[in-house]
Design a protein around this ligand. Structure first.
Ligand code: C5P
Length: 225
């Protein structure tokens, strides 16, 4: 089958606790402009071209998330995530069905614009095996060394966002081969099994909501929608 007709399944990983935000509820359940982070992330995947979405949720929140997403019917499936982010992705891979393209997206990047999702899908349709959205490093950078620090050239570093895109074959192979090695993203894992990683321009709006100030920023952005 040509990649232009392959269907797209997006995995939204939303099973983290979000301790760095200092709230009682998981990060994905926090509302931005009255809409939970997980709902915004799913909306972004669907608007950008995903046919189906699998959400990995904290176990105790599976039913609640499913209720919030009920309007999408069987286009959205909510499952319990795992201990590590990569466990959540592996579990969700069991639900991608016959999709030929898989996206993996952090729910915490709740405001990722649809055009980035589309860009990633198009790069896979165009022949790439693994695609990451990237943005330039804007701060000066230093590396710690022997109790001191040394400057590094920031122009040779990129910050990696999500959604990341893959052919289903590549991401499944990567997750089968992973063993106990921990990875912070899926593209790195795919590279470890020989896939070439392609970059597309990311966008500031795909920032990861991590610290309390990020929530303030997200609220302001949501208000302007
Ligand atoms: O911890 P970090 O910010 O890197 O997590 C990135 C994303 O992975 C978050 O959206 C979080 O909900 C998700 N995650 C997950 N399962 C875990 C840990 C994190 O789905 N066990």
């Amino acid at each position: 089958m040509s990649r232009s007709t392959e269907s797209v399944a997006a995995i939204v990983v939303a099973a983290g606790s979000g301790v760095r935000l200092g709230r009682e509820i998981p990060k994905a359940a926090i509302e931005i402009g009255g809409v939970p982070i997980v709902v915004r992330a799913v909306r972004s995947m669907i608007s950008g071209g995903a046919d189906r979405v699998i959400v990995a949720a904290p176990e105790a929140w599976v039913e609640r998330f499913a209720q919030w997403l009920a309007a999408y019917g069987d286009r959205v499936t909510v499952i319990a995530g795992g201990l590590l982010r990569q466990d959540s992705v592996r579990l969700a891979l069991g639900y991608v069905g016959n999709a030929g393209i898989v996206l993996v997206h952090d729910a915490a990047r709740a405001l990722a614009p649809a055009f980035i999702v589309d860009r990633v899908i198009e790069a896979i349709r165009g022949g790439a095996q693994a695609v990451i959205p990237v943005v330039p490093q804007i701060d000066s950078l230093r590396r710690t060394r022997k109790g001191s620090t040394v400057p590094v050239d920031r122009s040779s570093y990129l910050r990696v966002q999500t959604p990341q895109g893959f052919t289903t074959a590549v991401i499944k192979r990567a997750h089968e081969a992973v063993g106990t090695t921990e990875y912070t993203d899926d593209a790195t894992m795919c590279e470890a099994v020989g896939a070439e990683v392609t970059t597309v321009p990311g966008d500031g709006l795909a920032f990861k909501i991590t610290e309390p100030m990020d929530l303030v920023l997200a609220e302001v952005i949501a208000r302007g929608e």
